[in-house]
Design a protein around this ligand. Structure first.
Ligand code: NOJ
Ligand code: CA
Length: 660
């Protein structure tokens, strides 16, 4: 039983309030419940689903620098409840209208308040640090996730891999070293869980380490002085989130993380537009051309005015909205990671005429995605950022791809430390001032801030396709893309950059894209981003029928349904285009060929024309990746499709209503 504080009149009032309000919240549909208790003076939460305990009483609180703690030797003073039933429209996303239906409470204790929101498909809680605590320094967060069963397994990414560019592993909790979140749990009870966070700002990122076979506990990313957070102005922690689903796909369909972020802060969002882009990029990673300009060997430089114009022409002719150019600006010569102060974000190499390229792009209605590699030197970046962004804006351009290659930001702190989180966010707010959308490479893993700042459109934090160009282990293993949507994908848009049609890799023959072309296509539906790259050189697409799918597929959706999936084996995703009626389906498999049955019940009434891009019968990722069989058929919502996927293969389908 909870104890009731009787310390003077105020506490007595609080106590009577506490009596009338139990510290328990149940989801709108009654299935998910979170309870907080203060037994023995220690704050703990527990969670039940359909009446069954799924998370045992688990610690809440913090350890401060100097050894004091928050969340113990305390008691619940009062509880306030709230209920929200509303919906909001996304600027872009996997779903246009998102319902926010939750029940909530705030639990007050003497030195720490806890705010809780419980949705039907997951929950979030965050800490509120009362002002009277003053400027505190947090050493560690004590939040635990003490699952009721000790035999769950988790998909997790090791924190030892930089930039989150890791494969996820599937193990028991005991084998987790230290994991980035999201950590996705395949429950021994048949359920799926995912732990992550929402609205990470002015705080340190959550990582998880095992305590016992059923318990994970928080390990915040530390600053170099040993503290995790120096708290001054921001008095709330990010939300700690737990998704609970009966299906793996339910995790992807959950909008809990976005609901826990603040509404959009940008008034006029008309300049924020999803789309596709090509780029002078893959040819650089294949070492066919260089980022740097060498006056002795100018023909080796990738980013020339002439080549860029060719890319712009291709984009304009093929309904591709953007062109990325890397290596256009001065600073790439020599060891740019160590000499990042050489980067200019306004001065181009002699063979790249910035103004001419911009005006050519404008004349063709194409947006340039302007590359700014900072090498994680934000101090240097900020010394030029206003001038650079003003120049881009004045040229009519709204997209910047940032890069933060270097293990420490400004040579001192990790990307997802409180310092890194704040620096990276400053860039996003600065970009919004200049109407610039950001594609952030080597970022802090996303936490749904794109709801508040929709100009933060996409990012890396993934072992993306660039690894297929040069990785000594041969390139991304075929299983990888069937896992990404369930781990990294739950955090937000992924700039994975697929689109390979030419599998040759002359300068790094030990590595290649290990999929079929049909799987490349299907990834445009399965792996979500509002900005999607068609990464190959345009010459690889000329005259190839499969490119029609890349041209057609939207990057912004009315709704999303995961038809079926087994994490690490296969996933089938269907999405309906925003502001239109067509549906698109992507199915991908791991290294195993697979026959899948796909019921089309997601389609609306009437007859539909299905344009099917499948692996040809003799396709395989090792020996015959380019064999795509295109066919058309008539289907209805009552149809079931039989799909054959080759090894590391896929299938991509566009459904068009026949009545149109
Ligand atoms: C790493 C980024 O992920 C990649 O896309 C970019 O080409 C290089 N850094 C160079 O900035
Ligand atoms: Ca990278």
């Amino acid at each position: 039983m909870r104890k009731i504080a009787i310390i003077g009149l105020a506490a007595a009032l609080a106590a009577s309030c506490a009596r009338s309000q139990e510290p328990v919240v149940t989801s709108p549909d009654g299935s998910l419940q979170l309870r907080i208790d203060d037994e023995d003076g220690v704050l703990r939460y527990s969670v039940s689903k359909d009446g069954e305990c799924i998370v045992l009483p688990s610690r809440l609180g913090f350890e401060l620098m100097g050894g004091n703690t928050l969340g113990d030797r305390t008691e619940i003073l009062s509880v306030e409840k709230e209920k929200t039933r509303t919906s909001w429209e996304t600027v872009w996303g996997e779903q246009r209208i998102i319902e926010d239906r939750h029940n909530g409470m705030t639990v007050h204790t003497a030195n720490l308040d806890i705010e809780v929101r419980v949705f039907d498909d997951g929950l979030g809680f965050r800490y509120i640090f009362p002002e009277h605590l003053g400027d505190i320094d947090i050493r560690e967060e004590l939040t635990e996730y003490r699952f009721a069963r000790g035999d769950h397994k988790a998909w997790w990414m090791p924190r030892s891999e930089p930039y989150y560019e890791a494969y996820a592993e599937h193990t028991g909790f005991a084998d987790i070293t230290e994991a980035y979140t999201p950590v996705t749990i395949t429950g021994a009870d048949g359920r799926f869980y995912s732990i992550h966070e929402a609205a990470l700002l002015d705080f340190a990122k959550v990582n998880l380490i095992p305590e016992d076979s059923g318990t994970l506990k928080t390990s915040l990313t530390k600053l170099s002085d040993g503290a995790a957070v120096h708290m001054t102005l921001t008095r709330t922690s990010p939300w700690r989130t737990l998704l609970v689903s009966d299906t793996a796909g339910g995790l992807i369909e959950s909008r809990v993380m976005l609901n826990l972020n603040e509404p959009c802060k940008i008034e006029d969002t008309s300049w924020i537009k999803p789309g596709k882009y090509i780029g002078i990029w893959w040819i650089l990673h294949k070492y066919l051309y260089t980022w740097y300009y060498d006056a002795e060997n100018p023909q080796e430089h990738g980013a020339t005015t002439e080549r860029t114009k060719r890319y712009i022409d291709f984009a304009a002719e093929n309904d591709i909205q953007g062109v990325l150019v890397e290596g256009w600006n001065v600073g790439w010569n020599g060891d740019w990671m160590r000499n990042s102060e050489n980067f200019s974000f306004t001065e181009a190499y002699p063979d790249y005429d910035f103004d001419e390229v911009m005006s050519y792009a404008r004349s063709k209605g194409v947006q340039m995605v302007i590359h700014n590699e900072t090498a994680a030197n934000t101090e240097h970046y900020f010394s030029q950022i206003d001038e650079a962004y003003a120049k881009y804006r004045d040229a009519g351009m709204h997209y910047v791809k940032t890069g933060n290659v270097n293990l420490l930001m400004d040579g001192k702190e990790e990307h997802d430390s409180q310092y890194g989180v704040n620096k990276l966010h400053e860039i996003v707010e600065k970009a919004a001032e200049y109407q610039i959308c950001i594609d952030e490479h080597e970022p802090c893993i996303p936490t749904g801030l794109c709801r508040t700042w929709p100009n933060l459109m996409t990012g890396e934090a993934i072992r993306g396709q660039e690894h297929d160009a040069w990785e000594r282990d041969g390139g991304n293993k075929p299983e990888h893309q069937t896992v990404c949507p369930f781990i990294r994908g739950l955090a937000g848009p992924m700039d994975y950059t697929f689109g390979t049609f030419d599998f040759s890799n002359p300068n790094s023959p030990f590595s290649r894209v290990r999929t079929t072309i049909a799987k490349q296509l299907a990834q445009y539906v399965v792996i979500y981003s509002p900005l999607q790259m068609a990464s190959d050189d345009p010459s690889a697409y000329e005259g190839v029928k499969a490119f029609d799918f890349i041209r057609d597929v939207p990057t912004d959706w009315e709704q999303t349904k995961v038809v079926d999936a087994v994490i690490g084996d296969y996933i089938i995703t269907a999405r309906q285009e925003r502001n239109g009626s067509d549906w698109y389906l992507g199915a991908i498999t791991d290294e195993n060929a697979r026959d899948l049955q796909v019921p089309l019940s997601f389609l609306g009434k009437g007859e539909w024309l299905a344009q099917v891009y499948a692996d040809a019968p003799d396709a395989s990722y090792e020996d015959n990746p380019t064999a795509v069989a295109y066919s058309e058929m008539e289907v209805t919502a009552a149809s079931t499709l039989d799909l054959h996927l080759a090894t590391s293969g896929g299938c991509a389908i566009r459904f068009i209503p026949k009545s149109r």
